[in-house]
Design a protein around this ligand. Structure first.
Ligand code: NAG
Ligand code: NAG
Ligand code: NAG
Length: 204
Protein backbone atom coordinates (compact mmCIF):
# COMPACT_ATOMS: atom_id res chain seq x y z
CA UNK A 1 0.00 0.00 0.00
CA UNK A 2 2.77 2.41 0.98
CA UNK A 3 4.74 1.41 -2.11
CA UNK A 4 1.69 1.97 -4.26
CA UNK A 5 1.23 5.40 -2.73
CA UNK A 6 4.87 6.37 -3.33
CA UNK A 7 4.65 5.09 -6.87
CA UNK A 8 1.60 7.23 -7.52
CA UNK A 9 3.31 10.31 -6.13
CA UNK A 10 6.31 9.66 -8.36
CA UNK A 11 4.17 9.14 -11.47
CA UNK A 12 2.10 12.28 -10.90
CA UNK A 13 5.27 14.23 -10.22
CA UNK A 14 7.01 13.09 -13.41
CA UNK A 15 3.97 13.63 -15.60
CA UNK A 16 3.43 17.06 -14.07
CA UNK A 17 6.96 18.03 -15.05
CA UNK A 18 5.95 17.66 -18.70
CA UNK A 19 2.57 19.28 -18.31
CA UNK A 20 1.30 22.48 -19.75
CA UNK A 21 1.04 25.35 -17.35
CA UNK A 22 -2.45 26.53 -16.41
CA UNK A 23 -4.08 29.30 -18.41
CA UNK A 24 -3.00 32.83 -17.62
CA UNK A 25 -6.07 35.03 -17.71
CA UNK A 26 -7.76 33.90 -20.93
CA UNK A 27 -4.61 32.76 -22.72
CA UNK A 28 -3.37 29.16 -22.89
CA UNK A 29 0.26 28.56 -21.94
CA UNK A 30 1.38 25.69 -24.19
CA UNK A 31 4.42 23.52 -23.51
CA UNK A 32 7.36 24.32 -23.32
CA UNK A 33 6.45 27.80 -22.07
CA UNK A 34 6.65 27.90 -18.31
CA UNK A 35 5.06 30.27 -15.82
CA UNK A 36 6.12 28.19 -12.86
CA UNK A 37 8.88 25.72 -11.93
CA UNK A 38 6.29 22.94 -11.71
CA UNK A 39 5.01 23.14 -15.28
CA UNK A 40 6.38 23.62 -18.77
CA UNK A 41 10.15 23.68 -19.29
CA UNK A 42 11.82 26.25 -17.01
CA UNK A 43 14.23 27.33 -19.77
CA UNK A 44 11.21 28.79 -21.58
CA UNK A 45 10.20 31.13 -18.80
CA UNK A 46 7.31 33.53 -19.23
CA UNK A 47 5.43 35.39 -16.52
CA UNK A 48 1.80 35.47 -15.49
CA UNK A 49 1.40 38.83 -13.78
CA UNK A 50 -2.14 39.54 -12.57
CA UNK A 51 -3.67 37.42 -15.30
CA UNK A 52 -1.53 38.95 -18.06
CA UNK A 53 1.00 36.71 -19.76
CA UNK A 54 4.29 38.52 -20.26
CA UNK A 55 7.78 38.01 -21.70
CA UNK A 56 10.75 39.41 -19.80
CA UNK A 57 13.64 41.01 -21.70
CA UNK A 58 17.29 40.78 -20.73
CA UNK A 59 16.97 44.35 -19.45
CA UNK A 60 14.09 43.60 -17.11
CA UNK A 61 11.24 45.05 -19.18
CA UNK A 62 7.97 43.07 -19.47
CA UNK A 63 6.21 42.75 -22.83
CA UNK A 64 2.65 41.50 -23.05
CA UNK A 65 2.25 38.24 -25.00
CA UNK A 66 -0.55 38.68 -27.55
CA UNK A 67 -0.65 35.21 -29.10
CA UNK A 68 1.22 31.91 -29.20
CA UNK A 69 1.56 29.39 -32.00
CA UNK A 70 3.14 26.33 -30.36
CA UNK A 71 3.27 24.20 -33.52
CA UNK A 72 5.34 26.88 -35.28
CA UNK A 73 7.35 27.62 -32.07
CA UNK A 74 6.33 31.26 -32.23
CA UNK A 75 4.78 33.89 -30.06
CA UNK A 76 3.93 37.53 -30.64
CA UNK A 77 4.62 40.20 -28.05
CA UNK A 78 3.19 43.69 -28.00
CA UNK A 79 5.46 46.58 -28.97
CA UNK A 80 5.80 48.75 -25.86
CA UNK A 81 3.51 51.78 -25.75
CA UNK A 82 4.85 55.12 -26.90
CA UNK A 83 4.40 57.53 -24.01
CA UNK A 84 1.65 60.02 -24.64
CA UNK A 85 2.62 63.34 -26.22
CA UNK A 86 6.23 62.21 -26.60
CA UNK A 87 8.18 60.13 -29.03
CA UNK A 88 9.62 57.84 -26.38
CA UNK A 89 8.90 54.12 -26.30
CA UNK A 90 8.39 53.00 -22.73
CA UNK A 91 11.42 50.68 -22.98
CA UNK A 92 13.75 53.50 -24.11
CA UNK A 93 15.48 53.51 -20.73
CA UNK A 94 16.23 49.81 -21.25
CA UNK A 95 17.73 50.54 -24.68
CA UNK A 96 14.75 49.05 -26.51
CA UNK A 97 14.08 45.35 -26.77
CA UNK A 98 16.98 43.11 -25.84
CA UNK A 99 16.65 39.34 -25.58
CA UNK A 100 18.96 37.29 -23.41
CA UNK A 101 21.22 35.46 -25.87
CA UNK A 102 21.51 32.51 -23.50
CA UNK A 103 17.79 31.84 -23.68
CA UNK A 104 16.21 29.83 -26.53
CA UNK A 105 14.28 32.80 -28.03
CA UNK A 106 15.09 35.10 -30.93
CA UNK A 107 13.31 37.71 -33.03
CA UNK A 108 11.86 36.12 -36.16
CA UNK A 109 12.37 37.39 -39.69
CA UNK A 110 8.70 38.38 -40.14
CA UNK A 111 8.80 41.75 -38.42
CA UNK A 112 8.71 45.13 -40.10
CA UNK A 113 10.13 47.56 -37.57
CA UNK A 114 9.50 51.31 -37.69
CA UNK A 115 11.88 53.62 -35.88
CA UNK A 116 11.01 57.20 -34.93
CA UNK A 117 12.77 60.39 -33.95
CA UNK A 118 16.03 59.14 -35.39
CA UNK A 119 19.15 61.23 -35.73
CA UNK A 120 20.59 61.82 -39.20
CA UNK A 121 23.59 59.72 -38.30
CA UNK A 122 21.76 56.42 -38.15
CA UNK A 123 20.35 56.65 -41.67
CA UNK A 124 21.95 53.91 -43.63
CA UNK A 125 21.01 50.86 -45.57
CA UNK A 126 18.95 48.73 -44.96
CA UNK A 127 16.80 51.38 -43.28
CA UNK A 128 14.17 52.93 -45.51
CA UNK A 129 13.72 56.53 -44.35
CA UNK A 130 12.12 57.81 -47.54
CA UNK A 131 9.15 60.13 -47.53
CA UNK A 132 6.95 57.17 -48.50
CA UNK A 133 8.13 54.86 -45.74
CA UNK A 134 5.32 53.11 -43.78
CA UNK A 135 6.38 55.01 -40.70
CA UNK A 136 4.89 58.23 -42.15
CA UNK A 137 1.45 56.64 -42.14
CA UNK A 138 1.90 55.67 -38.50
CA UNK A 139 3.03 59.07 -37.25
CA UNK A 140 0.40 60.93 -39.24
CA UNK A 141 -2.63 58.72 -38.61
CA UNK A 142 -2.30 56.48 -35.59
CA UNK A 143 -3.00 58.18 -32.30
CA UNK A 144 -0.12 56.49 -30.54
CA UNK A 145 2.29 57.81 -33.18
CA UNK A 146 1.18 61.43 -33.11
CA UNK A 147 3.89 62.36 -30.61
CA UNK A 148 6.40 61.29 -33.27
CA UNK A 149 4.89 63.44 -36.01
CA UNK A 150 7.48 65.18 -38.19
CA UNK A 151 10.38 63.33 -36.65
CA UNK A 152 12.82 61.49 -38.84
CA UNK A 153 11.49 57.94 -39.18
CA UNK A 154 12.53 54.80 -40.99
CA UNK A 155 11.40 51.23 -41.44
CA UNK A 156 13.14 47.98 -42.20
CA UNK A 157 12.37 44.33 -42.46
CA UNK A 158 14.07 42.66 -39.54
CA UNK A 159 15.68 39.75 -41.32
CA UNK A 160 18.73 37.69 -40.47
CA UNK A 161 21.10 40.40 -41.71
CA UNK A 162 20.36 42.37 -38.55
CA UNK A 163 20.90 41.08 -35.06
CA UNK A 164 18.13 38.72 -34.05
CA UNK A 165 18.24 39.58 -30.35
CA UNK A 166 17.56 43.29 -30.23
CA UNK A 167 15.70 46.34 -31.46
CA UNK A 168 17.95 49.12 -30.34
CA UNK A 169 16.79 52.52 -29.08
CA UNK A 170 18.76 55.33 -27.51
CA UNK A 171 18.63 59.07 -27.05
CA UNK A 172 20.59 60.46 -29.98
CA UNK A 173 19.75 57.40 -32.12
CA UNK A 174 16.04 56.63 -32.43
CA UNK A 175 13.79 57.04 -29.38
CA UNK A 176 10.63 55.12 -30.33
CA UNK A 177 9.58 52.12 -32.38
CA UNK A 178 6.73 49.91 -33.31
CA UNK A 179 6.57 46.69 -35.28
CA UNK A 180 4.23 44.75 -37.50
CA UNK A 181 4.13 41.04 -38.21
CA UNK A 182 3.84 39.84 -41.81
CA UNK A 183 3.38 43.32 -43.20
CA UNK A 184 1.83 43.26 -46.67
CA UNK A 185 3.20 45.72 -49.18
CA UNK A 186 0.70 48.40 -50.01
CA UNK A 187 -1.53 47.74 -46.97
CA UNK A 188 -2.80 50.68 -44.98
CA UNK A 189 -2.29 51.56 -41.35
CA UNK A 190 -5.85 50.59 -40.37
CA UNK A 191 -5.22 46.96 -41.29
CA UNK A 192 -1.82 46.55 -39.66
CA UNK A 193 -1.22 43.90 -37.00
CA UNK A 194 1.14 45.31 -34.42
CA UNK A 195 3.49 42.94 -32.73
CA UNK A 196 6.98 41.53 -32.52
CA UNK A 197 7.17 37.89 -33.46
CA UNK A 198 9.63 35.79 -31.46
CA UNK A 199 10.48 32.17 -32.07
CA UNK A 200 11.96 29.55 -29.82
CA UNK A 201 14.29 26.64 -30.37
CA UNK A 202 12.16 23.50 -29.99
CA UNK A 203 13.03 21.56 -26.83
CA UNK A 204 14.71 18.23 -27.54
C1 NAG B 1 10.79 52.40 -49.10
O1 NAG B 1 9.51 51.90 -48.71
C2 NAG B 1 8.47 52.21 -49.61
C3 NAG B 1 7.18 51.66 -49.01
O2 NAG B 1 6.80 52.41 -47.90
C4 NAG B 1 8.75 51.59 -50.95
O3 NAG B 1 7.72 51.94 -51.87
C5 NAG B 1 10.10 52.11 -51.46
O4 NAG B 1 10.42 51.46 -52.69
C6 NAG B 1 11.20 51.83 -50.45
N1 NAG B 1 12.44 52.47 -50.87
C7 NAG B 1 13.60 51.82 -50.92
C8 NAG B 1 14.79 52.62 -51.30
O5 NAG B 1 13.70 50.64 -50.66
C1 NAG C 1 13.68 63.13 -30.00
O1 NAG C 1 14.93 62.71 -29.47
C2 NAG C 1 15.70 63.75 -28.87
C3 NAG C 1 17.02 63.14 -28.40
O2 NAG C 1 17.59 62.30 -29.36
C4 NAG C 1 14.94 64.35 -27.72
O3 NAG C 1 15.68 65.43 -27.18
C5 NAG C 1 13.57 64.84 -28.20
O4 NAG C 1 12.81 65.26 -27.08
C6 NAG C 1 12.81 63.70 -28.89
N1 NAG C 1 11.57 64.22 -29.47
C7 NAG C 1 10.35 63.85 -29.02
C8 NAG C 1 9.20 64.45 -29.77
O5 NAG C 1 10.19 63.07 -28.12
C1 NAG D 1 16.11 31.92 -34.53
O1 NAG D 1 15.97 30.64 -33.96
C2 NAG D 1 15.45 29.66 -34.86
C3 NAG D 1 15.18 28.40 -34.08
O2 NAG D 1 16.35 27.94 -33.47
C4 NAG D 1 16.45 29.47 -36.00
O3 NAG D 1 15.97 28.50 -36.90
C5 NAG D 1 16.63 30.80 -36.71
O4 NAG D 1 17.62 30.66 -37.70
C6 NAG D 1 17.04 31.88 -35.74
N1 NAG D 1 16.95 33.14 -36.46
C7 NAG D 1 17.94 34.00 -36.53
C8 NAG D 1 17.67 35.23 -37.34
O5 NAG D 1 19.01 33.82 -35.96
Amino acid sequence: MVMMFLFLILVTHVSEAYNNCPKCGSIDVPYPLSTDDNCGDPRYKVYCNNGILEFLSARGFYYKILSINPSAYKLIISPPPIQKDTCYSSDLNSGGLKLDENLPFNISTHNTVMLFNCSERIIRSPLNCSSISFCRQFENNVEEGLGCKNTLCCHYLKDSAMTSHMIRLRVGGCTAYTSMVDMKLGSFFDSWTYGIELQWVPPN
